[in-house]
Design a binder for this molecule. Sequence first.
Ligand SMILES: NC(=O)c1ccc[n+]([C@@H]2O[C@H](COP(=O)([O-])OP(=O)(O)OC[C@H]3O[C@@H](n4cnc5c(N)ncnc54)[C@H](OP(=O)(O)O)[C@@H]3O)[C@@H](O)[C@H]2O)c1
Length: 271
Amino acid sequence: MSSYAITGASRGLGREFVRQFCQNPFNIVFALVRSPDSATKLKELSQENTNIHIIKADVTNPQSMIDAAAQISAISGDKLDVLIHNAVAYNQASAHLTPSQIPLDEEATHQMFGDALSTSLYGMIWATNAFLPLIENGTSKKIIHLSTALVDQDVTKKVGMAQQVDYVVGKAALNVLVAKYAVELESKGIKMLAIAPGWVDTYDGPLPKPTELEAMNAEILRRFQKADPNFGAGQLTMEDSVRMQLEVIAGLDMEQSGTFVSHHGDQSWSQ
Ligand SMILES: NC(=O)c1ccc[n+]([C@@H]2O[C@H](COP(=O)([O-])OP(=O)(O)OC[C@H]3O[C@@H](n4cnc5c(N)ncnc54)[C@H](OP(=O)(O)O)[C@@H]3O)[C@@H](O)[C@H]2O)c1
């Protein structure tokens, strides 16, 4: 029996991790969500699969993470095999700003970076530290943090993406912390990884997709294909992305701990 906890499991890739883990009835799956009441599709999934436990957990609130770890400890017998910190938030209103357009205004700048740093920097630390005692008692001893290929400076330059500053800065901080934690935790046998899931279609709204979203995706695809002719034809499905990530996570060993890889398990950022 293996146990898994996933932050930000209400929708998108987080919920897909839960869906794939729960297929094995011997797994015990902890789906961490900040608003269980509104996680309708996750609740439906948990009604069909009794090995899913929905736990309230806001990664931007340390006490919430402590409480979540305590609840999981009581169910799992004080241990956890794999933690996946997948939750993210960022400031959509300022996503179009390039660095030089960030206002010389302290409050506005803090507000712009608030969500990204709270989830990808502080939330990364709080999720990790709250669950470390359980991971230490687990068998696999793995902690995985979702990142993005846009953290790679070469990718940013080739794709020509000067926007989404808060989101990418938050993930860059997360990547550095993954290396630092890996150094610290090696003697305890705990392995940590930053993984980019590829460019994934997580759209969950009514079809057809909004025209603006289709246009934005077409532009993103054009830029990535221009940067890398082998990039791929479009977005990955959540099912494929998570399946490939799970193969990488299964193979994570001490040598790879502390690194940043794609869903291919290396530094290849194509689809
Ligand atoms: N999709 C892609 O193409 C792509 C590409 C590169 C990297 N990634 C990374 O992969 C991960 C998942 O991406 P996604 O596209 O599935 O994201 P998403 O659809 O935007 O989902 C984000 C999840 O995070 C949760 N969340 C936000 N703030 C939270 C908080 N304070 N506490 C707990 N949960 C919180 C959301 O919950 P609510 O429902 O409550 O809002 C939601 O479940 C992210 O880390 C993202 O950066 C994704």
